[in-house]
Design a protein around this ligand. Structure first.
Ligand code: ARG
Length: 588
């Protein structure tokens, strides 16, 4: 793992301060980790700036005086081509551009083997990430697409930092809402199937859920009938079970097709129908331990008012389990199944209270690991036209949205007459659609509600997924051209010292920041930081691309160095796009 120049300089500053402290006979020392490194407001002030205010008290000197003394210390022990200047209370550092560029090319070549793209911040950690987790009564919607890419990208980011990651999904496949689609189908379905209707199987199930809503308005007894069906299901009624199995299979099969399409995958699936019983057992144990109590009506309760969470029922008075019952059982089962250091639940912000309650209960039950449970909560996504509703069947369906994004991308390709150039327009359009969707969804930090604007997401100029894909295609094509011209082996070795212009330098620094960007996204559990990083990379690169001729540079050495820089950018771009679920394209 390489050390970022910022860390190296923080150490140098700490060493200088410590030397000054020792010279003055003062016993204190400072640690490199405590040194503040800033980026000066203007680039002509240096690459790094270190404010000396905090050391005034320790050294009993004014900050500008300390800055001078530190500069002298650094100059005497220098040896590198970096320049150190002082501006008032600041020590400013101009890095040695040639040396830094050389380091960059080395780290880019190492890549995943300890170079760029492999910060070791989470080495050895075992992290389970639960995401998507749909109910099996209707197909995935736009909210799931946000959830899915948050979960998938966080998992990839954790893994990039060296963690062992297990991606899991629970299908909430039991309960009265599932029985509703079953009941409508049983009553009006007449034995139809997704095949007979030519409909994607989860959409077929969803259609019956919508049909139930109509039914419940027209037929007074419908809700009771659904409850009745649930009781039969819990009692193991054969006919109900068979129907449940059939419809669940349809729902799950269809959802898995969507996961495949969006590049989302899981290492394990859990099913509420299996884990809800485990929860019941835990409730009984908790009652014995006195963590829970029985209310007058027979329901099992917990009082969490001391934590501001109020009272919560864990089993109904008739002994049937509640949403949280199964979550208690599932969490314990998962920890036995695959011992984790951390379990992250990617679930909508409307369930914040639920997860606070769940985590608190598991801690009270004495599970040590419960302190490492976290809820990665995210806000609503709507289309600009209107609100996304989940009950009435006016949801923004995930597949439909993907189809229309793809169609829009295809029109764009046709409009530019790029059909032939791109090879398979259909495949490219699909990948552009995914790039547009995922980048747009991840750009906003998870906690915020957002609008998804399909048109904007697909724009080729701006801060979008397709723009980043285009940058990748452009560099790839340049690289191909150069190889065709020279043959890769005939290319002169890149002389990093030629990459010293301002535009090149911005790219060098941005690329070297890649590992810290990944580590920060992992630490803050915020994949929007990766999107922001990609944006800064695209800005730095397009300035370079605009200002500096690459293949047509003044001489072959410069061309080769700039090409090497472009290829380093390509490596980082590809890697980072993967972390946020944007397909890479080498033609577009
Ligand atoms: N299926 C639930 C819903 O649609 C989300 C499940 C979240 N995960 C969990 N372990 N409770 O609201």
């Amino acid at each position: 793992m390489f050390t970022h120049y910022k860390e190296i300089w923080k150490q140098k500053i700490a060493d200088a301060i410590n030397a000054l402290l020792a010279e003055n006979g003062l016993p204190e020392t400072v640690a490199a980790s405590g040194v503040v490194a800033e980026i000066p407001p203007q680039s002509d002030m240096g690459d790094l700036g270190f404010p000396m205010f905090t050391y005034a008290k320790l050294l009993r000197k004014a900050p500008p005086q300390i800055a001078q003394a530190v500069r002298e210390k650094l100059a005497s022990g220098a040896g590198s081509g970096a320049a150190v200047t002082v501006k008032g209370p600041y020590v400013n550092v101009f890095l040695d551009r040639a040396e830094t560029a050389r380091e960059l090319l080395k780290e880019a070549a190492l890549g995943k083997n300890g170079g760029l793209g492999s910060p070791g911040a989470l080495k050895g950690a075992r992290i389970m990430v639960e995401f998507s987790s749909p109910n099996t009564n209707k197909p995935l919607h736009l909210g799931h697409l946000r959830n899915d890419i948050l979960g998938e990208s966080m998992s990839r980011i954790f893994a990039a930092c060296g963690a062992k990651v297990r991606k899991v999904c629970i299908f909430n496949d039991r309960g009265v809402h599932i029985c509703k689609s079953m009941l409508a189908y049983q009553t009006y379905g007449g034995g139809a199937s997704p095949e007979s209707e030519g409909v994607k199987s989860d959409h077929f199930v969803g259609k019956w859920y919508v049909r139930f809503n109509q039914m419940s308005k027209e037929e007074p007894g419908a809700e009771e009938k659904a409850q009745d069906m649930l009781r039969k299901w819990e009692a193991g009624d054969e006919e109900v079970t068979a129907l449940w199995e059939k419809m669940n299979e349809w729902a799950i099969k269809g959802m898995k097709e969507t996961y495949k399409r969006t590049g989302v995958s899981f290492d394990a699936y859990y099913f509420e129908s299996k884990t809800y019983v485990l929860g019941k057992g835990e409730i009984a144990k908790g009652l014995e331990k006195g963590v829970f109590y029985k209310a007058d009506d027979g329901a099992v309760m917990i009082d969490l008012s001391a934590e501001g969470l109020g009272e919560k029922a864990l089993l109904r008075k008739d002994g049937t389990s509640i949403y949280i019952t199964q979550d208690i059982g599932t969490a314990i089962f998962r920890h036995e199944d695959w011992v984790f250091d951390r379990l992250v639940y990617v679930v909508g912000s409307e369930q914040q209270h639920h997860f606070k309650t769940l985590f608190s209960i598991l801690r009270k039950l004495g599970y040590e690991w419960a302190k490492n449970l976290c809820h990665l909560s995210y806000g609503m996504v709507n289309l600009p036209e209107g609100k996304m509703k989940s009950r009435e069947g006016t949801v923004v369906d995930a597949d439909d949205l993907l189809d229309s994004l793809k169609e829009m991308a295809l029109q764009e390709i046709k409009g530019k007459e790029r059909e032939e150039a791109v090879g398979d327009p259909d495949e490219i359009a699909e990948k552009v659609a995914l790039g547009a969707l995922h980048y747009y969804l991840l750009q906003v930090s998870a906690a915020k509600d957002m609008l998804f604007n399909p048109k904007e997401s697909l724009s080729f100029n701006g801060n979008t997924g397709p723009y980043l894909q285009y940058m990748g295609a452009r560099i790839s094509s340049m690289s191909r051209k150069a190889t065709l011209k020279d043959g890769a082996s005939a290319r002169p070795a890149a002389r990093a010292e030629l990459l010293s212009g301002d535009a090149e330098w911005e790219v060098v620094k941005t690329l070297l920041d890649y590992n810290s960007a990944i580590a920060a996204a992992a630490e803050k559990m915020d994949s929007s930081l990766m999107a922001a990083y990609l944006y800064s990379l695209s800005k730095a690169f397009s300035r370079f691309y605009h200002d500096c001729p690459i293949l047509n540079a003044e001489n072959p050495e410069l061309a080769s160095a700039r090409l090497a820089l472009s290829e380093a950018a390509l490596f980082v771009l590809k890697d980072a796009l993967n972390l946020v679920g944007i397909p890479f394209l080498d033609v577009m």
